[in-house]
Write a protein that binds this ligand. Structure first.
Ligand code: SAH
Length: 255
């Protein structure tokens, strides 16, 4: 069933209705060709999800009656942040879209020594709006209960600081020949660090990778450097592989 994330003010308690507006209304009416009486799911992205029946269809606005409160939970227990050194082109969009489908809780783009893209702070607002929209649409499509947050672009120092909030922080380093991801996950599981609500950061470098000095600094800040195996993955592949492996081990990928 189609699902839309709506801001809380579009849930109307007194009339037990919701209003679907803007792009979502267009999508529902024009793209999905919905009709009066059709049912969709609306979520406030935090703690409320309702089954609704369409009562009125206008171009810019759809009104629907709440039929039932829902309690489905498609969220991963452990909260994974993908910390991604800003990649070239539209790769960040792909990472946000796929990472949201798989179940990441948060995206944290950052700049590191070998970041290739020219970071343009002026374009930041527009771009972060676009990234958040991609996360919303991917979460709708994946039938998630929450929209992952896409944070603003962090400096390397800010990333090291933020990672201190997490229960576990891994930095993916292709030259790591000691710690492999799987035993690292198993160790964190055994230490009770991958339970419900706990926070895990997976940091991935840019096309050119991390410098040795960055790895040293990250380790000093509490990161554990991990290898994802003997093949070199592209930056946009590495984040997805790390996330999927973690969720496989914690039972989020179908048992
Ligand atoms: N330019 C580097 C590779 C960088 S790959 C080289 O050619 O050697 C881009 C990012 O993906 C890396 O910074 C790392 O975070 C991640 N990555 C890719 N393959 C990896 C692997 N096998 N193990 C751990 N991290 C990996």
């Amino acid at each position: 069933m189609q699902r839309y994330f709506l801001p809380p003010e579009q849930f109307h308690l007194t009339t037990q209705t919701v209003t679907i507006e803007g792009d979502d209304a267009h999508h529902l009416a024009r793209v999905m060709r919905a009709e009066i009486g059709d049912k969709v799911i609306c979520s406030n992205g935090v703690d409320r999800e309702v089954l609704v029946r369409i009562a009125e269809l206008d171009k810019g606005r759809v009104t629907a009656e709440i039929v039932e409160e829902l309690t489905m939970d498609a969220e991963a227990a452990v909260q994974v942040w993908i910390a991604q050194s800003l990649p070239k082109g539209d790769k960040m969009e792909v990472i946000i879209q796929k990472g949201t489908e798989i179940g990441a809780a948060r995206f944290l783009p950052f700049l590191s020594d070998r970041t290739i893209v020219q970071y343009d702070a002026k374009k930041e607002a527009k771009r972060s709006e676009r990234w958040q929209k991609i996360a919303k649409e991917a979460a709708e499509q994946a039938h998630r209960n929450r929209v992952p947050q896409v944070e603003s672009v962090h400096s390397w120092k800010q990333l090291l600081q933020r990672a201190k909030e997490a229960d576990v922080a891994w930095i993916c380093y292709e030259k790591e020949d000691g710690q492999q991801l799987r035993p690292a996950i198993q160790q964190a599981l055994a230490q009770g660090k991958l339970g419900p609500g706990q926070q895990v950061v997976i940091a991935v470098g840019p096309e050119g990778g991390f410098t040795e000095q960055e790895i040293v600094q990250a380790e000093e800040a509490g990161f554990q450097s991990v290898s994802l195996g003997s093949r070199i993955l592209r930056t946009e592949t590495a984040a997805m592989v790390g996330l999927t492996c973690l969720f496989y081990e914690t039972g989020e990928m179908g048992g």
